[in-house]
Design a protein around this ligand. Structure first.
Ligand SMILES: Cc1ncc(COP(=O)(O)O)c(C=O)c1O
Length: 393
């Protein structure tokens, strides 16, 4: 009843920029969401990793509730207590430097692009991105994104971007010129199909950047905040980026983006060169501080690592059982791609009918980004649904 109304309103009044799954979500709690008919779904793709702690996490809810009564917005020409606190928390958990706050991943990437341009100056303006990457939908972010389908129809694109194959050091080294200011890499390509950067590769890229005075910028918008079993994915690699971008789980469901600039570049963007009206508002900072608190106090990194091992094992079991359907599995922590030998959209839509939310990317990769709070029992439930689906395929 409600559903028809909602869909009708969307078709009349909301721009059709999304292919929407026919599901009206009215409630969320932890690993579950409920639709308008009261049906419950186990969410293994909570808000594209935005609700990385699960839906309406009690610490996030408490933080937001307390803050909303005090003050909702403080403009950035004044100080707000929580913004400074959150920046400190991010820096203490990553590398020395400073943080710029905005409202989304794409804006964080834009900020990183501006930082690189400002650092490089008028002669060193080129930025190298990776094939198959994804960095968001603003004009510069789609230009940095190494997938033509996101750029089509928006030409002419801004100048100064080029792309090389992911994990190919020789190609990257060859692409560098006197004009190169920065290299941008997702340590694990999310939308591109859960492609994991090699350890030796990233270490060599770090060295190359040091030698040529090129900024190494990591896009940790999907991989950040515990998703891969460490607070930030780069920490698996024994390297430190010059800057990184964050969003998604950082806000615990609220819109936030952040550019974290290491000490070498933390003073590059000066008053008047960059800004965001809403960036780092007290409400989102309260939510974000609660995310850090939950990751630490609830020992979520430990949980991610132990549940991850279990989930990988279970998928390996499915692979043995369905060798004609499953080709392989890859990823780190709870950022997992199941590579299929067939299109995955149909499997995702059948999973939905059976009460499991998952995603398909790059036509044949089932992407799983379950909440960092899930248990082995939740994994059993999800795998049992997948097992039933694959049996009848
Ligand atoms: C790695 C990465 N960068 C940037 C973005 C863009 O973020 P947003 O949609 O918040 O602008 C995304 C979104 O999926 C992403 O996964």
């Amino acid at each position: 009843m409600v559903k028809n109304n909602v869909v009708e309103q969307y078709s009349k009044y909301v721009m059709t920029t999304y292919t929407r799954t026919p599901l009206v979500i009215v409630k969320g709690k932890g690993k579950y969401v409920w639709d308008d008919k009261g049906k419950r779904y186990l969410d293994f793709f909570p808000g594209w990793a935005v609700s990385g702690l699960g839906h309406c996490h009690p610490r996030v809810v408490k933080g937001v509730k307390e803050q909303v009564e005090k003050i909702i917005h403080v403009s950035n020409n004044y100080y707000n207590v929580l913004q400074g606190e959150l920046a400190g928390e991010i820096i203490k958990n990553s590398f020395p430097g400073k943080v710029f706050f905005c409202n989304s991943g794409a804006e964080a990437v834009e900020s990183a692009i501006k930082l690189a341009r400002k650092y490089g100056g008028s002669k060193r303006y080129e930025i190298i991105g990776m094939n198959n990457s994804f960095h968001g939908r603003t004009l510069a972010a789609i230009t940095l994104t190494g997938q033509k389908n996101y750029q089509k129809g928006f030409e002419p694109l801004p100048a100064g971007f080029k792309h090389v194959p992911f994990n190919d050091y020789t190609a990257l080294e060859k692409a560098i010129t006197k004009k190169t200011a920065a290299i941008v890499i997702e340590p694990i390509q999310g939308e591109g199909g859960i492609n994991v950067a090699g350890k030796a590769y990233l270490k060599k890229v770090r060295k190359l950047c040091d030698k040529r005075d090129i900024l190494l910028i990591l896009d940790e918008i999907q991989t950040g905040l515990g998703r891969t079993g460490k607070m930030f994915c780069y920490q698996h690699y024994g390297i430190t980026p010059d800057a990184m971008t964050l969003a998604k789980t950082l806000g615990g469901g609220l819109p936030i983006g952040a550019l974290v600039a290491g000490s070498k570049v933390s003073e590059v963007l000066t008053p008047g060169t960059h800004a965001s009206t809403f960036g780092g508002s007290p409400i989102v900072c309260a939510a974000s501080l609660a995310v850090f608190e939950a990751i630490k106090k609830d020992k979520l990194l430990k949980n991610v690592n132990s549940v991850s091992k279990y989930l990988f094992k279970k998928i390996a079991w499915l692979k043995v059982k369905y060798p004609d359907i499953i080709k392989g599995v890859r990823g780190k922590g709870l950022m997992i791609g199941v590579v299929l030998k067939c299109p995955g959209a149909e499997i995702a839509s059948r999973a939905l009918k059976k009460g499991l939310l998952i995603n398909c990317t790059q036509t044949n990769i089932i992407r799983l980004l379950p909440p960092l709070t899930i248990s082995k029992k939740d994994v059993d439930r999800a795998v049992s649904i997948l097992d039933k689906l694959l049996k009848t395929r």
